[in-house]
Design a protein around this ligand. Structure first.
Ligand code: ASP
Length: 338
């Protein structure tokens, strides 16, 4: 924990820093009281997205759904809001770069027929989620990466642009002075936006998009573009998506496992909790444990939803007709002091 605190104190991070940390501590207190297995049910349509940037994303996706757009279009437009926002330092334009100062993006999208599209290690395209949708719709493949993904995006009419903002470049140069790589997960530098949607008919879709871990090795791909790890759904059962240390989520096929547990009758909360416990058990003696954070969100076919994280501080935005667009705290296994 002390490393993490020091990192925050001395870190190059700007807008996502101290105030978010304080609010997360307050949220953690609230979360500790709620029973971990409580089942929450929303009306349909229902949208759930990771983190605070889920609120404006949900809002946009909701408006798109209400305007009669498809769920896939709603997801692309919704998560496109944080992708385009330079203040969101973990997604799209303005995202933290890798060790070489390059912003490299991962995204994927999946529909209720189990069709999916994904891009990884994509550079200079502001909306990787929109490219992932084109992979789904216009190619015989599921996943395109790096140069090939960029070439495809250009052929599809996307424009190349520099995604490294002044702020991110400055942060990267500060980081270079020590060049110490230690992923500091949660609100500080890993904040994928994952969004799950149940439409009025009960059909489920999902997507996620991220700039991944700040200061990662050039070429590193996280869980977010990997169907089964960062995102998975089965329209007969439900959907799940992840945020946090992608390596841990990939090692455990996290989102696919959450969906399988829901298939066996677990509620979204219970399923997320069981996979977080599994990740903990696999990593408790691992070098990643000191800074390990993972969080999942999930929905099932009945409109029940939930989330669970390894450590405190994770929250998600939920939107339905009955209760509007709001933030909810995730239950968690442990605080950062453990
Ligand atoms: N899962 C993402 C990755 O590892 C980052 C995050 O959600 O925190 O790339």
């Amino acid at each position: 924990m002390s490393n993490r605190r020091n990192f925050i104190k001395t870190s190059v991070l700007g807008t996502l820093g101290a105030s978010t940390l304080i609010s997360c501590k307050e949220e953690s207190k609230a979360s500790a009281i709620a029973p971990e297995t409580s089942v929450k049910k929303g009306s349909k349509p229902l949208i759930i997205s990771t983190w605070n940037h889920g609120l404006p994303a949900n809002e946009e996706a909701w408006n798109q759904l209400k305007a009669g757009k498809s769920s896939l279009d709603a997801i692309v437009a919704g998560v496109g809001i944080p992708e385009a926002d330079p203040k969101v330092r973990s997604v799209g334009y303005g995202g933290f770069p890798d060790r070489e100062g390059k912003v490299t993006l991962d995204a994927c999208i999946m529909d209720s027929n189990s069709d999916c599209g994904s891009v990884s290690f994509l550079q200079n395209i502001k909306h990787p989620i929109a490219v992932a949708q084109r992979v789904l719709e216009n190619t015989p493949h599921v996943m395109l990466t790096g140069e090939g993904a960029l070439q495809f995006a250009l052929e599809e009419g996307f424009k190349e642009e520099n995604l490294l903002t002044e702020a991110s470049e400055k942060d990267w140069k500060n980081w270079l002075e020590k060049s110490k790589y230690q992923p500091v997960i949660n609100i500080e530098n890993h904040d994928t936006i994952s969004m799950l949607v149940i439409d009025e008919n009960g059909d489920i879709t999902g997507g996620c998009t991220t700039s991944g871990a700040a200061w990662k090795m050039h070429g590193r791909v996280g869980d977010s573009p990997i169907i089964g790890a960062g995102l998975f759904l089965d329209n007969e059962v439900g959907a799940a998506a992840a945020t946090g240390l992608g390596e841990a989520v990939i090692r455990t096929a996290g989102s696919a496992m959450v969906v399988e547990l829901m298939r066996q009758g677990k509620s979204p909360n219970e399923a997320c909790k069981e996979i977080v416990e599994r990740i903990y058990n696999k990593h408790k003696n691992h070098k990643d444990m000191e800074y390990l954070q993972v969080g999942f969100i999930a929905v099932n076919k009945n409109g029940e939803y939930g989330g669970y994280s390894l450590r405190s501080g994770f929250n998600y935005a939920v939107y339905d007709e009955e209760n509007g667009n709001r933030m909810e705290d995730s239950k968690f296994k442990m605080t950062w002091d453990n």
